[in-house]
Design a protein around this ligand. Structure first.
Ligand code: FES
Length: 546
């Protein structure tokens, strides 16, 4: 360390704190992280620790192809091995864009040292032609562009307007869902979820987090002491109340797998049931995460729903959940509603069962259309994403507003990384009728900014030959969200006949990381981690040569 101009005395006897930084100019949501890391360092030094910043693989949603999710598990390996192999006593995880949060938390869980998360904060709400806009508006504009109602130039101008400051997406997309997740799990200090990236209080928050991690090392408060089953239950309940992203389910199951907590899809339905939507934030509502902060932030939401939470749990603040939120208050009932008068009664997330997906699948009722929550329609099947792109806008496509669009081969193995194509833009001929929603089902994911009556993560996916692979054009499918069911109206005998004739698709490659991913990735309902990464190896370095 002396070649960096650091005298021995500077380090001696001090807790060494790693700052795991996902800064990258290729991850625009995290591009301000060098600056934010300085605030964390100041806090660490003030508390008597010694900070060492190190880079790990950064995953940006906007630029990585085919999807950042393909590399979540790879980045988690980088994080795990970097933390374990280096002489650090505690670590601050700098998370922002969607996958940077689960990948860092998963890696840290597999090591299990004192760990604290600092999120980068959301962008400011966009301003465009007198309106507030955010990245959820991309979907509306995409449909308008398809119909010729706006021009390409207007679309590009709007993009610039909705991304006018540092930070991640300004709506309750996956990034903000993840920032809420770490706060409600208790592994980030209160306030983490919603302070805008451009607000100087984000830096103050980072500074205080730097101070706190030093004390966590002195107290030897490991991440496993915070991440108990009950902590996961709290996070699921909070996610229902904020209308968080469906990606939350996959990431939570993967994190639980690393820390050794048994978490299944059934836990999500059990814990979400009966919890109304309290926050009026896009894509389930009207406002932005910035507004959530001004209205009191996540602590105010958690205070409102404290009766549902395990509020005696210890968090990284060193205090209980109850103590963290006791002074929180809602300052704007339009943004943070009450349990008596919730924003919507539909729960944020529902797990569906039935013969169409033996392992289960999910839907976000708060962002779906009420009139489609119970629906029966004929399947219009697309065999893969290429088939969908080729035919969706064709005038020959046999489809009507009651049809159920089915997209296969976009699950973890079928379209490696399970890209966010499950939302499926509606056929042009349907949009032209003024219809904006249809039931859509796939084995893929949807962006957290997306909305609509969209069933996702059908598991087992089509690529491994579950019932979902057997759906054919014209089959009837019945969705009943209230009763949590999704049924393919095809007899067991017919399904068995189709299975006998099914031929497994060939993997797209047999080389490199992607081949390893296809071979080892678990199904969506198991968290889509690599099978050999589930669990932890502790911080011990075996066969140390020194
Ligand atoms: Fe990074 Fe939306 S693109 S959070």
């Amino acid at each position: 360390m002396q070649n960096q101009g650091i005298p021995k005395e500077e380090l001696a006897g001090k807790p060494v704190i790693g700052i795991c930084n996902t800064w990258s100019e290729l991850t625009p949501c995290n591009a301000h992280f060098r600056e934010l890391a300085e605030s964390i360092k100041h806090g660490i030094i003030q508390a008597g620790g010694y900070p060492v910043e190190f880079p790990v693989m950064s995953l940006g949603e906007t630029l990585i192809k085919p999807t950042a999710m393909l590399y979540r598990n790879l980045a988690s390996m980088d994080v795990e091995e970097s933390i374990r192999a280096n002489p650090i006593d505690g670590v601050v995880l700098m998370c922002g864009c969607d996958k940077t949060t689960p990948s860092l938390v998963m890696g840290a869980c597999s090591v299990d040292i004192p760990t604290l998360v600092v999120s980068g904060g959301p962008m400011l709400a966009g301003k465009f032609k007198g309106k507030d806009i955010g990245t959820s508006d991309v979907w509306r504009m995409d449909a308008a562009l398809k119909l010729g109602n706006i021009t390409q130039e207007e679309m590009e101008e709007a993009e610039g307007a909705m991304c006018r400051s540092k930070g991640h997406c300004a709506v309750m997309g996956t990034a903000s869902t993840m920032a809420c997740m770490v706060e409600s799990l208790g592994i980030a200090l209160p306030g983490n979820a919603s302070i805008p990236a451009a607000d100087s209080r984000r830096k103050v928050f980072a500074h205080k987090s730097g101070m706190r991690i030093v004390d966590m090392v002195r107290e030897d408060q490991k991440i496993s002491q915070v991440l108990t089953k009950k902590a996961f239950e709290n996070a699921i309940k909070v996610n229902a109340a904020i209308g968080g992203s469906t990606n939350f389910v996959i990431h939570m199951i993967a994190i639980a797998g690393r820390i050794g907590v048994d978490l299944t899809l059934a836990d999500f339905d059990r814990c979400s049931m009966g919890i109304p939507l309290l926050t009026n934030v896009q894509p389930s509502g009207d406002y932005f995460v910035e507004d959530l902060y001004y209205a009191g932030g996540l602590p105010a939401v958690m205070k409102e729903m404290e009766s549902y939470l395990h509020s005696d749990l210890i968090t990284v603040s060193g205090k209980s959940v109850h103590d963290n939120i006791s002074s929180a208050k809602s300052y704007n009932a339009n943004v943070i509603a009450t349990l008596e008068k919730p924003f919507k009664t539909e729960t944020g997330l529902a797990v569906l069962r039935g013969n169409l997906s033996e392992g289960g699948c999910v839907i976000k009722p708060s962002a779906a259309s009420k009139h489609l929550m119970k629906h029966r329609g004929k399947a219009v099947v697309f065999n893969d994403i290429e088939d969908y792109n080729r035919r969706i806008d064709s005038s020959d496509l046999e489809v009507d507003a009651d049809s159920v669009l089915v997209l296969k081969m976009v699950g973890p193995k079928g379209y490696p990384g399970m890209p966010e194509v499950g939302k499926m833009s509606l056929p042009k001929k349907i949009l032209e009728q003024g219809i904006h929603d249809m039931v859509r089902i796939s084995d893929g994911r949807m962006s957290g900014t997306g909305y609509g009556t969209v069933v996702l993560h059908a598991s087992p996916e089509a690529a491994v030959g579950g019932n979902f692979a057997m759906v054919q054009n014209g089959d009837y499918i019945a969705l009943d969200v209230e009763n949590r069911s999704l049924v393919l109206e095809v007899s067991d005998e017919e399904l068995a006949r189709r299975k006998a004739a099914w031929v497994a698709p060939k993997p797209i490659t047999d080389r490199g990381y992607v081949a390893m991913y296809i071979r080892h990735v678990n199904q969506a309902h198991e968290g889509a981690d690599l099978d050999f990464l589930v669990g932890k190896s502790s911080s011990e370095v075996t066969r140390d040569s020194h």
